[in-house]
Design a binder for this molecule. Structure first.
Ligand SMILES: Cc1cc2nc3c(=O)[nH]c(=O)nc-3n(C[C@H](O)[C@H](O)[C@H](O)COP(=O)(O)OP(=O)(O)OC[C@H]3O[C@@H](n4cnc5c(N)ncnc54)[C@H](O)[C@@H]3O)c2cc1C
Length: 395
């Protein structure tokens, strides 16, 4: 199993000694309207700052990591309590915000973990946190799996764990809903490509926009996903790497259409290919995603074409795990960039050399679900409700 995505290690970095506090009414520019930037802009606005959000291609655009149809939401993170707790908060905030937005964004379909061995640390080690939060999983023997989900082949499974609290999120739609709400609540949105300005006396003086404008603010947050290493090659080239990730949507047979649509989000803990999937997908088909990290990728110019070998392997797997999908047609596919940090932990830190510019990113294939909780966290750091930043620190 890819520990970076499913359960990043507890960070060994010591918390930054640098603190930051920005008085209310100060101006903040957030660059990038994906899951990280969009939610941060909204929560900073709600905290009383004047916020401008800028994106080169729009919120949830298809080049971005946040631009797919759906994303899994799960608290399970192995022994990593930080993300378990963050997701518990995120779940609360997804529900609260979707009610405010008047849009269904969270689907509580549950998450089923297919386990090959008696011990599966990525799930087992989260049990104590699940207990504390009263979010316990349900153990399913192969017999029980067959009874409840006859579309599953359990031949190679020892058991499954069903997390009834998770499910999936509407991804692109959420980014657009967040932006809509941000503007409605008084935020300013600009569609333009941003180049960072010079840093003098530890302060970024301005940013340049592709429309010719120069903007200044009291603080800048660069939430540019996979692009971060291109924007700050000196500081981030070895920190954020971008890989090509593929997801496929297979057409389910009409005889089993409901059974597939009502299936939970699923994760196969096989330890090598890291397949996962999501039902429904806005009627696009049954999704299988490949979490195994792909080849290096350019998020701007990379062609979004499926690799025939990756597709053939995914097809073989999905036919094995879900026998009714034997011979199922591929109806759509997507290529998305992962914005990988070195160990899978998120990054929220000062841009090296600056006291008023921040880097927010490193979602590493698992960031989407945390968007609102991370946004709330970013705002709390600016308001000095927290003494220090606790997500991975740049040297
Ligand atoms: C295939 C795939 C499956 C995933 N599955 C899951 C999952 O099931 N659950 C989960 O929680 N997470 C998942 N993730 C991870 C999650 O989607 C990402 O971690 C998250 O979306 C990252 O959001 P972001 O805002 O950091 O980046 P992005 O969404 O990439 O947003 C960055 C934004 O910055 C803009 N931008 C970049 N450079 C500039 C510039 N210079 N000027 C202006 N704008 C700029 C871009 O246009 C873009 O909109 C998955 C990711 C992929 C690719």
């Amino acid at each position: 199993m890819d520990t970076n995505t499913f359960a990043p290690p507890l960070t060994k970095n010591t918390p930054s000694k640098n603190t930051f506090e920005l008085p209310k009414q100060s101006s903040v520019i957030v660059i990038g309207a994906g899951a990280f930037g969009g939610w941060s802009a909204l929560y900073l606005l709600r905290a009383g700052y004047h916020v401008t959000l800028i994106d080169a291609w729009g919120a949830g655009n298809s080049r971005s990591s946040s631009g797919d149809e759906t994303r899994v939401i799960r608290s399970t993170y192995g022994a990593n309590k930080i993300y378990f707790d963050l997701n518990v908060r995120a779940l609360e905030l997804w529900k609260e915000n979707e009610a405010r937005f008047g849009k269904k964004l969270f689907h509580n379909a549950g998450v089923i973990w297919f386990c090959y061995n008696e011990k599966t640390p990525v799930v087992d080690d989260s049990m104590p946190f699940a207990k504390v939060h009263r979010m316990e999983y349900r153990y399913l023997s192969p017999k029980e799996i067959n009874k409840i989900y006859p579309i599953v082949n359990t031949d190679d499974l020892h058991h499954a764990w069903l997390d009834p609290f998770g499910g999936y999120l509407m991804a692109k739609q959420s980014c657009q809903a967040v932006l809509e709400r941000f503007v409605k609540e008084g935020g300013n949105f600009i569609q333009a490509f941003v180049k960072p300005g010079k840093i003098t006396s530890e302060k970024m003086d301005s940013i340049q926009l592709s429309n010719g404008e120069t903007l200044t603010a009291d603080a800048y947050i660069f939430a540019c996903g996979s692009w971060l290493s291109q924007i700050f090659p000196e500081a981030l080239a070895n920190v954020i790497t971008c890989t090509k990730q593929e997801a496929y949507y297979f057409g389910v047979p009409s005889s089993h259409s409901l059974a597939f649509d009502q299936f939970p989000a699923w994760i196969d803990v096989d330890g090598k290919d890291h397949y996962y999937g999501i039902p429904g997908n806005g009627n696009r088909g049954f999704k299988i995603g490949v979490d195994k990290h792909g080849v290096k990728f350019d998020p701007t110019d990379g062609e979004r074409l499926a690799d025939p070998k990756v597709l053939a392997d995914a097809r073989k797997f999905i036919e094995h795990r879900f026998p009714p999908l034997k011979g199922a047609p591929l109806v759509e596919n997507r290529v998305c960039p992962y914005e990988n940090s070195p160990d899978g932990n998120f990054i929220f830190d000062f841009l090296p050399g600056a006291v008023n510019a921040f880097v927010l990113g490193g979602g590493t294939g698992h960031g989407f679900k945390h968007g609102p909780a991370l946004g709330e966290y970013v705002a709390s750091v600016f308001m000095r409700k927290r003494d220090h930043l606790s997500f991975r620190f740049l040297k």
